[in-house]
Design a protein around this ligand. Structure first.
Ligand SMILES: C[S@@+](CC[C@H](N)C(=O)[O-])C[C@H]1O[C@@H](n2cnc3c(N)ncnc32)[C@H](O)[C@@H]1O
Length: 490
């Protein structure tokens, strides 16, 4: 199937899914965050309300671009782009020749592929229900892996054409033959396994269960695609590595590192020279960091299973090898990519978390921050990041950090392609300008820092030579929700 890639459809942002569904108390909490007094005084009540609504719709839909970080420590960007075009040509349902693969003027090691959609696919009569997480992955280009399947038709066999629906409320029971609860159509595909292979094999089932042929949003599956050369990573996450600014020969700590996306980026930026210590408190996830380091051929990474809150060595503590805990002031740079409520992830159609769960993160983030500051050398750089949109985990943490550690100062970020920090935490305009908040909402982020052009107006005026710049502007603003702060310890 050849694709007709049409820039016009991309600029007409159409919402086909319901907005992100939250528990009422969480919806109210988040509403108060986005309609806080400082913000309302700045933009007005009506604008604040419409921006919040828009945010909830964007969050339930995938970003406009798929972003991959390329291994420029192994091959030049253009060589990797050519290899990628070749691979896409061979991929069924995907004609790479038609899709522009953009490089980024400010982020030298990414390639961006426009996501095609929403496409007018029609549901079939045979329905397969998948868990919400699996449904979200399908909307970002994945096939359906068998463990994600909750319900399949009674007589489904390999080769059958089926429609895939995502279970919005987590109510479908595994092994069901049909499901009448709240669900959303994510596309059509072909079963690679029969129902009995999925539910009655006696062993945990592995591999692709449904190969997606007609997804509502089309983007390539990167599963096992040039694994040492391209790494699927959201654009703001790649920005973090550059903002940290690691240099060859340095000693860097990544405190919450699994699965190692940012760790491996840091090591690549150091050209494999120096030391990147990666900690994560979950053992299985530490294995993933090691596997990723191996596949990406980065041997300056040392990964340990450790609780980073306890990563500062006390006077009496001994450690037999070079691992944690570490002496105070022993790292040139520290990355705290903190565990967070994850409300910036896209697409995300339903979040079942309670308010208690959502608000449980700031105390944990502060404990980690204390350890980060102690482990950093004087003159060193600390980067704090999250993939969430709340004030409490972002700007309010920055305000707390500046009060608690008077020797920390906010630093400009390079590149700065997202918006500035959000009003509401009592930070000055100068401080907000030093923060980088990626938010898919018009007027809150984008290359022009808060004055994105009207997206619907764009398709009327696009001229061939300005398309890449406009596409990049869209790629910068239509991302997952993300936050970055950079500090210097004096
Ligand atoms: C946002 S994810 C990190 C993503 C990672 N930086 C990347 O780019 O691939 C947060 C991670 O923090 C880990 N974590 C949570 N609490 C921790 C702690 N006290 N010490 C170390 N790791 C922790 C979680 O297991 C999770 O893998």
């Amino acid at each position: 199937m050849s694709l007709c890639w049409d820039i016009t459809s991309m600029y007409k942002k159409t919402f086909v899914f319901p907005k992100l569904n939250l528990r009422p108390e969480v919806q109210e909490y988040l509403g108060n965050v986005f309609k806080n007094k400082e913000l309302v005084a700045g933009v007005g009540q009506e604008e604040a309300e419409s921006m919040f609504e828009e945010l909830l719709y964007h969050l339930s839909h995938p970003p406009s671009f798929t972003c991959v970080r390329v291994s420029t420590h192994l091959a030049p960007l253009d060589t990797i782009r050519e290899r990628l075009v070749e691979e896409l040509r061979q991929m069924s349902g995907f004609d790479g020749g038609d899709i522009p693969i953009l490089s980024h003027t400010h982020v030298p090691d990414v390639l961006l592929l426009p996501v095609i959609g929403p496409r007018p696919a029609l549901p079939q009569s045979d329905e397969v229900i998948v868990g919400a997480q699996c449904g979200n992955a399908v909307l970002r280009g994945a096939h359906v892996f068998a463990p994600g399947i909750l319900s399949a038709p009674k007589y489904m066999k390999a080769g059958d054409r089926v429609s895939v629906f995502s279970d919005l409320e987590g109510k479908c029971t595994r092994g069901a033959k049909d499901f009448q609860g709240k669900k959303v159509f994510v596309g059509n595909g072909v079963a690679e396994m029969g129902r009995s292979d999925i539910f009655c094999s006696g062993e945990p089932v592995k591999g692709v269960g449904i190969r997606m042929e007609e997804p509502v949003y089309l983007s390539p599956s990167f599963d096992n695609l040039l694994p040492s050369l391209v790494f699927l990573q959201n654009l703001p996450s790649v920005v973090v590595g550059h903002v940290l600014g690691p240099r060859p020969g340095e000693r860097i700590l990544d405190m919450c590192a699994a699965p190692g996306g940012k760790t491996s980026h840091i090591a690549a930026l150091m050209k494999g020279q120096g030391e990147v210590i990666a900690l994560d408190r979950i053992r299985g996830k530490v294995m993933r960091i090691r596997q990723n380091a191996q596949v990406l051929q980065l041997d300056c990474i040392k990964a340990y299973c450790f609780n980073s809150i306890q990563a500062v060595r006390t006077e009496h503590a001994q450690n037999p090898d070079d691992g944690p805990p570490f002496p105070a002031e022993s790292f040139d740079r520290v990355l705290l990519d903190a565990p967070c409520s994850g409300l910036g992830q896209r697409p995300n159609m339903a979040c079942a978390w309670s308010l208690r769960e959502i608000t449980s993160y700031p105390p944990l983030q502060r404990k980690l921050f204390h350890a980060a500051v102690r482990l950093l050398k004087r003159g060193g750089v600390l980067v704090y990041s999250t993939c969430t949109v709340t004030l409490a985990e972002n700007e309010e943490q920055v305000a707390w950090a500046l009060n608690t550690f008077p020797y920390l100062t906010l630093q400009p970020q390079e590149p700065h392609i997202g918006g500035q920090g959000m009003l509401g935490a009592g930070l000055s305009h100068d401080q907000l300008r030093l923060l980088q908040r990626f938010s898919p909402v018009r007027g809150q982020s984008g290359g022009t820092r808060g004055c994105d052009p009207d997206p619907d107006a764009l398709h009327l005026t696009v001229a061939a030579e300005t398309e890449p710049a406009r596409l990049l502007q869209r790629a910068n603003s239509d991302t997952i929700g993300f936050f970055i702060a950079k500090f210097l310890k004096t």
